[in-house]
Design a protein around this ligand. Structure first.
Ligand SMILES: N[C@@H](CCC(=O)N[C@@H](CS)C(=O)NCC(=O)O)C(=O)O
Length: 222
């Protein structure tokens, strides 16, 4: 298999790359890597010890990349169809902004707080800090959801009227939010709740969610 993704399937950043690959119709192999117990071989291709890393064996060595944004950008340039970044310069920059916002603010607020506390800590045999979860739910989450609602307006997707890298990245963070046992309050954020359903209903997201759900259900029940 020419394309290899290194990482674990519950990571929002790994899922971001897998959704991108699925949307492009590209075959790949997922090689499981736990970033908390990374091998020396993995550290060679991911010096910041983070997942995902990636390899294209059709390219002469050095043929590995790391960081989800870099990998997605590579896939877009190598396989431009269907386009997942807007063609217009300003719309493209806006999509990159939402990618950045999701990779940082949503990742810290929804994944780093809720998913890490409730799921990753279980995997590591550690106790959930409920105060961290409460703070995220009361303060960070409403700020994020109000902002996304404002930016979404009455459109189906974040930028223009097409599914782009902005929606892949926001969508993947919202999967981890749901894995943490939360749902978007439909009464308070109806447009955002409908948006999450729309994005997560795509076959690319559905395949990841279906693969991950048994482990999540098992961990939430434990
Ligand atoms: N900016 C990176 C972030 C990747 C990231 O933070 N991955 C997490 C897993 S979700 C990780 O590898 N954490 C392990 C660590 O930081 O040591 C990307 O977009 O790929």
């Amino acid at each position: 298999m020419a394309l290899i993704v290194y990482g674990s399937n519950l990571s929002p950043f790994v899922r971001k790359v897998r959704v991108m690959l699925a949307e492009k119709g590209l075959d790949y192999r997922l090689e499981d890597v736990n970033p908390f117990a990374a091998s020396p071989e993995f550290l060679e291709i991911s010096p910041m010890k983070r997942i995902p890393a990636f390899r294209d064996t059709d390219v002469a060595a050095p043929n590995s990349l790391c960081d989800s944004s870099i990998i997605c950008d590579y896939l877009e340039h190598k396989h431009p169809s269907p386009p997942l970044y807007p063609q217009d310069a300003f719309a493209r920059a806006r999509a990159l902004w939402f990618e950045e916002y999701a990779d940082t603010r949503m990742a810290e607020g929804l994944v780093g707080a809720l998913f890490f506390e409730r799921i990753v800590k279980k995997l590591l045999g550690r106790e959930t800090d409920n105060a961290v979860c409460a703070r995220a739910l009361e303060k960070t989450l409403p700020e994020i959801f109000d902002y996304l609602t404002k930016e979404l307006g009455d459109r189906d997707f974040l930028v223009g009227n097409a599914f782009t890298i902005a929606d892949i990245t926001a969508g993947t963070m919202l999967v981890n939010f749901q894995h943490a046992g939360e749902t978007i309050d439909e009464a308070r954020w109806p447009a955002l709740a409908a948006y999450a359903k729309r994005v997560h209903g795509r076959p690319s997201f559905q395949a990841c969610i279906a693969e991950e759900s048994p482990l999540i259900q098992h961990l939430r029940a434990a």
